[in-house]
Write a protein that binds this ligand. Structure first.
Ligand SMILES: [Zn+2]
Length: 339
């Protein structure tokens, strides 16, 4: 039995800056992903897909929030997330968590090491669906080789690495690539400097490629200028740095890239099939060097497979005296309602 229109309140959850949190949109996309897994189950007869569909369907069905009596803001404190790699709801939660972790890690690295930051994008040629899984395996090996090179080890202090896969729908190919955030010593731009052409040949060697891959390197703007507008510059640069860090913290696969449109299609089924297989049991993000140490020091949990309820560690004190708000997914009206 569904409530009549007057008996329910639609969930509204806003961020500190007043932006609506799109719970409804993510849940609808998760349900659409579930439909794809269901279709794969009927098509292949493999129960594995049916199980994933069930998990996706029950992802975040009920959300428990605490409402801060002072600000009126909601804070999620209980929910069940399915943790299926391709779940749009879970990917969103992961992105938030990764971004938050990276913000803390970058701040701490700046404090401890006063490091500089560079972004590196390592790519390979596009591959077809069958080539995706072996290519990702090769890239992980290539990555280890690259960061085992003395030249790279001496020039960098660590890394944050995220594997992203985009799809070229015209050619029906996949483009796996690494987004990398590298802390480097202050004097990196002197003798340790590795220019773009050298990064390219190092990556080519590490990947054992017979072609020259596209490698992009850019510096995250430092705080070089000292003048009357110094403070403003610092604020702006800190913001740019942060924006850049947030940009790289997105969880690797855009769900609108996986499932296009709002219906189950043959093309979408193929994409889900290949990506599901390629990403199964793979860690898509990784930390190394000082970033790994700081991640450990700050006692940050696993953003990929860990708890997806609590994003920010510090402000869970809200709980005391807060009102509980329960929101349930209503399959009929396709939205979260508060009873
Ligand atoms: Zn989920």
């Amino acid at each position: 039995m569904y409530s009549t229109e007057n008996d329910y309140i639609i969930l509204e959850d806003k961020t500190a800056t007043g932006k609506k949190r799109d719970w409804k949109g993510k849940k609808r996309r998760a349900n659409l992903m579930a439909e794809h897994y269901e279709a794969l189950q009927s098509k292949t007869g493999v129960p594995y897909y049916g199980k994933k569909a069930e998990k996706l369907c029950s992802c975040a069905e009920c959300l428990s929030f605490k409402r801060d009596p002072e600000t009126g803001k909601l804070k999620l404190y209980q929910a069940q997330f399915c943790k299926v790699r391709l779940c749009p709801m879970c990917a969103w939660r992961r992105s938030l968590k990764i971004a938050y972790h990276n913000k803390l890690i970058v701040e701490e690295a700046n404090r401890q090491y006063g490091c500089r930051w560079i972004f590196l994008t390592l790519t390979v040629r596009n591959v077809d669906g069958d080539g995706l899984k072996p290519m990702i395996a090769d890239m992980m090996k290539g990555w280890n080789r690259l960061f085992g090179y003395k030249r790279v080890k001496e020039a960098t202090l660590g890394y944050f690495r995220a594997l992203e896969i985009t799809k070229n729908n015209e050619e029906n190919t996949y483009h796996p690539h690494f987004h990398v955030l590298l802390p480097v010593k202050r004097n990196y731009f002197g003798k340790n400097y590795i220019k773009q052409t050298e990064w390219t040949s190092l990556w080519k060697r590490a990947m054992k490629l017979d072609y020259t891959p596209i490698v992009d390197i850019r510096r995250v703007k430092g705080k070089a200028k000292v003048d009357a507008e110094q403070i403003e510059d610092e604020v702006r640069e800190a913001m740019m740095e942060q924006k850049a860090v947030l940009e790289i913290s997105k969880y690797p696969v855009k769900d609108t890239d996986v499932v296009r449109g709002n219906k189950v299609t043959e093309d979408n089924l193929n994409t889900v099939l290949y990506l599901d297989d390629a990403l199964a049991a793979r860690r898509l993000i990784g930390y190394g060097g000082i970033l790994k140490e700081i991640h450990k020091e700050l006692n940050l949990g696993d953003a990929e497979d860990g708890d997806l309820v609590k994003i920010e560690e510090e402000d869970d004190e809200v709980a005391n005296g807060a009102f509980e708000v329960m929101a349930y997914w209503h399959p009929g009206i396709k939205n979260y309602i508060i009873k």
